[in-house]
Design a protein around this ligand. Structure first.
Ligand SMILES: *[C@@H]1O[C@H](CO)[C@@H](O)[C@H](O)[C@H]1NC(C)=O
Ligand SMILES: *[C@@H]1O[C@H](CO)[C@@H](O)[C@H](O)[C@H]1NC(C)=O
Length: 288
């Protein structure tokens, strides 16, 4: 246990100290040539989307089904890898959450709007860019809420500290205005995970420094900022890199942990525990 939490931290430090020494997988070469990066299209009237700007962007570029419907776990894993260099562990976990939320899980697929359900599995109060379900619409992008996050960034760049402060500001805003706010350990962990997700997908799995313009494109247009110069991270984004950053974000910001929750580098992975029991299945799916 202890060893597990220490090793990733050492790994992060080495990569940060010697960025040139980090492995450079062939992903970038393949990804740069993928025509879907320049094939963004807004969803049509019969297309469905989720509360997650990352999944929606993947669908808007055709890395997932453009209509947002019938997503299978192998499709999510392949689309997340090609569009954002996401690992199969994370995309598989999202896929299982989607199936759990689907009215027809035995079909083996779900629609992106199945993920809209309040407090299950990914929608929650105090979100970075959506209003709480209490106010009526918890799935559409809300510029006022998102500007509250953006106001924390300086010089056009994010940082671990400012991202953490901006995230907490949104939680406090919701707490002030929403008398029914639900924000326990699960919401606490998942919302840090969302911050780690936008920071890592828009830059790399370690630095927390991303161009604010890229973040705006992701949230405001649900468009991968390829034409602004962004490229997918050359290093894969996994539950391990996300968990490490959740731990760092928590350490750098002012938010207290919910009572009884001890935040470690494992905390985020544990929230995805359901995946572990079916990892052999996922392993088989990725080879389909
Ligand atoms: C966005 O959120 C603000 C509160 O931050 C609210 O006043 C406003 O009505 C919301 N806008 C939309 C379009 O829902
Ligand atoms: C995965 O594939 C292996 C080898 O093909 C097989 O033995 C195993 O039962 C499969 N696992 C699951 C969970 O389907």
């Amino acid at each position: 246990m202890k060893l597990y939490t220490v090793i990733p931290v050492v790994g992060v430090t080495l990569v940060q100290a010697f960025p040139g020494a980090a492995p450079q997988p062939a992903t970038e070469v393949r990804a740069a040539a993928d025509p879907r990066f320049t094939q963004w299209r807004a969803p049509g009237p019969n297309d469905v989307r989720s509360p997650c700007p990352g999944l929606n962007s993947l669908a808007n570029h055709g890395f997932l089904n453009r209509n947002g419907k019938g997503n299978t776990i192998p499709q999510l894993i392949a689309g997340g890898k090609a569009g954002l260099n996401m690992g199969a562990d994370f995309m598989g976990g999202i896929g299982l959450a989607g199936l759990a939320a689907s009215p027809f899980p035995l079909l083996g697929s779900f629609d992106l709007n199945d993920l809209d359900k309040h407090n299950f599995p990914i929608e929650h109060d105090g979100s970075l860019s959506r209003e709480d379900a209490f106010f009526g619409n918890d799935y559409s992008f809300n510029q006022t809420d998102f500007n509250m996050l953006l106001s924390h960034f300086q010089g056009g760049k994010t940082s671990i500290k400012t991202a953490s402060e901006g995230k907490y500001a949104r939680v406090q805003d919701s707490r002030r205005r929403n008398p029914t706010m639900v924000y326990g350990a699960r919401e606490f962990v998942l919302s840090y995970g969302e911050t780690a997700l936008y920071l890592q997908t828009m830059s790399d799995p370690f630095s927390g420094v991303a161009n604010v313009n890229y973040i705006k494109s992701l949230f405001e247009k649900e468009k991968l900022p390829y034409e602004l110069g962004w490229r997918p991270s050359t290093q894969e984004i996994t539950l391990l890199t996300l968990g490490n950053m959740v731990f760092e974000l928590f350490g750098a910001g002012p938010e207290p942990a919910p009572e009884g929750l001890k935040v470690t580098a494992d905390t985020y992975k544990n929230a995805f525990e359901v995946v572990n029991g079916v990892l052999p299945i996922l392993g088989n799916l990725t080879t389909l």
